[in-house]
Design a protein around this ligand. Structure first.
Ligand code: NDP
Ligand code: GDR
Length: 363
């Protein structure tokens, strides 16, 4: 068992939750930064959390924000981490077009703030740093499959902010000899995925449609192709990157690419609904093959000003140097997400049928 101390920014997010679980299993003392929110925002990690008055507490949460330098410096000083995983970010590509300045501040300068905290505290030789870089850096297709040597061409304020993060990590590694890595991670999903990312939006909607809680699913670009993996596999890769002799940057990807349309079909298939596609572009519709009812429609509101059409990763370097292999298949990912959302909305339906307010009161 390890006796290391880790600090995770973004611990309340999808990856933060899986990574915290993994590190606790390995014996780490885990500290996480959470933002103050008007509602509880620790749902994903509540099962890991013990009250500080209990015995053997290994998970500690601290209020903080990547836009607040003094807070970050103080936390790094108090916690004295061996490893920092910088997962916090405004992570929604479409939302970054609405909040570009905030996204640059949190995702770009936020990364710099953490690196500077390490430098100001003279902890360069003690701390290993992981940066959540992204396949969005590739953006417009220059070549496929995309690897560590593929040139970047970002296509959103999110990707532009993350490109700053990528290069500042590399620069601090070279300038100050810090152990700092970029994980260039392709899309990874799970039942814990945020509700507005396309995979979770689909599995939630399909479950609700099956249970009679929703009529239709509205989506944007059905042709976009993504290299989807399971978040559990990807957080293991993050940890591996910080266990090497020398810091480097690595792509993590499944090596397969699938269009959004296929994800929709497979999700419906899990609840025994076959989809027939009719029409094209904005007029394309997905019909229940058995009844002819329209279940999927395109809504232009979900089209992005600039789109990333195709992501297809090559993780050979991570496989070769880290011994990383994804365990989950694409089909298993869809099945696990559908199973979880069916269970979730069965509870909702039960409440609704009993005349109660549903769990998803905010929708
Ligand atoms: P999520 O959106 O699920 O989680 C993001 C986390 O960051 C949340 O804990 C959120 O807090 C926190 N956060 C947001 N803004 C701030 C801020 N200003 N200060 C402190 N915390 C903040 O993302 P994922 O878990 O999916 O992704 C983790 C990281 O990996 C992100 O940096 C993302 O950009 C990157 N990434 C993700 C990929 C994926 O496919 N999932 C692929 C490649 C990269 P709160 O809960 O309060 O909102
Ligand atoms: P992405 O994920 O932008 O790849 O970023 P998202 O699931 O949002 O979109 C994937 C693709 O699906 C298309 N799409 C839709 N997307 C959403 N969200 N909603 C829709 O209704 C819809 N219809 C079609 C999108 O246009 C896009 O092409 C994710 C995030 O986790 C980033 O933080 C991370 O860096 C990258 O993955 C790798």
């Amino acid at each position: 068992m390890s006796n290391k101390i880790a600090l995770i920014t973004g611990i309340t997010g999808q990856d933060g939750a899986y990574l915290a679980e993994l590190l606790l299993e390995k014996g780490y003392e885990v500290h996480g930064i959470k933002r103050r929110s008007s509602l509880f925002n620790t749902d994903r990690i509540d099962h890991l959390y013990k009250d500080k008055h209990q015995e053997g507490v290994k998970l500690f949460l601290h209020f903080g924000d990547l836009t607040d330098s003094t807070n970050l410096i103080r936390l790094v000083q108090e916690i004295q981490p061996d490893e920092i995983y910088n997962l916090a970010a405004m992570s929604h590509v479409m939302v970054s077009f609405d909040t570009p300045e905030y996204t640059a501040n949190a995702d770009g300068i936020g990364t710099l703030r953490l690196l500077e905290a390490i430098r100001i505290l003279k902890m360069e030789d003690k701390v290993k740093f992981y940066q959540a870089s992204t396949s969005e850096l590739y953006g417009k297709v220059v070549e496929t499959p995309q690897s560590e040597t593929t040139p970047f061409y970002p296509r959103s304020p999110y990707a532009v902010a993350k490109i700053y993060g990528f290069w500042i990590v590399k620069n601090y590694r070279e300038a100050y000899n810090m152990y700092a890595c970029n994980g260039i991670l392709f899309n990874h999903e799970s039942p814990l995925r945020g509700e507005t990312f396309v995979t979770r939006k689909i599995t939630r909607a399909v479950a609700k449609i099956k249970l009679g809680l929703q009529e239709k699913l509205y989506l944007g670009n059905l042709d976009a192709k993504r290299d989807w993996g399971h978040a559990k596999d990807y957080v293991r890769g993050m940890w591996l990157m910080l266990q090497q002799e020398v810091a480097d940057d690595y792509v993590l990807a499944s090596g397969e690419t699938h269009p959004v349309r296929e994800f929709v079909e497979l999700a419906f298939k899990e609840v025994n609904i076959a989809i027939n596609w009719v029409g094209e572009g904005v007029n394309e519709k997905g019909l229940d093959a058995a009844t002819g009812k329209v279940l999927v429609e395109v809504d232009e509101a979900y089209f992005r000003p600039t789109e990333v059409e195709l992501l297809h990763g090559d993780a050979s370097k991570a496989k070769r140097e880290l011994g990383w292999e994804p365990v989950y298949t694409f089909m298993e990912l869809v099945q696990e997400m559908m199973k979880a959302d069916m269970a979730l909305f069965k509870k909702d339906k039960y409440l609704q049928d009993g005349g109660h307010k549903t769990l998803n009161y905010h929708e």
